[in-house]
Design a protein. Structure first.
Length: 157
């Protein structure tokens, strides 16, 4: 279970890091705004399935690990440092899911709509969507780093 949990975490967070640190900045430097959106849409389309599958795998394997841990005192318990770290980790994970959902079901469909009407695309709409996509990607990466920090605290206790 631990190995699958780590594999899912690396897949999810690795794709976030690659998109945030490598793909989005490179696309911004080398492509025109509409081409940037088309490229980001293609990349996100490839990554989204793996990311959401990883999230499901994280939930299942995490619940098994949680219930078998000797520090586990029950749902929402904060009786020890491990429990508190796990509660923080799960709250951050929920926030990360919300941000991912916004990307998947709000921003990406808006980008696809703009790409469908390519010639009539308003530059301001393009800029707003690009900024929003970058902001959400960086927010998710920041949340992932905080989750890893909470995990480290839990593992150390």
């Amino acid at each position: 279970m631990y190995w699958l949990h780590m594999l899912a975490a690396v897949t999810w967070v690795g794709s976030l890091a690659a998109i945030s640190i490598l793909v989005l900045p490179a696309a911004k430097r080398t492509l025109q705004p509409l081409d940037q959106l088309a490229f980001v849409t293609a990349i996100q389309g490839r990554v989204e399935g793996a990311a959401w599958f990883s999230l499901g795998l994280l939930a299942v394997t995490g619940l098994f690990q949680l219930s078998s841990n000797v520090h586990y005192d029950g749902f929402l318990a904060t009786s020890n440092q491990w429990s508190l770290a796990m509660l923080v980790k799960h709250i951050l994970t929920i926030l990360m899911i919300v941000v991912s959902a916004m990307q998947t079901w709000d921003v990406m469909p808006a980008i696809r709509r703009i790409l469908l009407r390519r010639k009539k695309a308003d530059r301001r709409d393009l800029d707003v969507l690009q900024r929003r996509e970058r902001r959400l990607a960086w927010t998710n990466l920041g949340l992932a780093i905080l989750i890893f920090g909470a995990t480290a605290i839990a593992r150390a206790s």
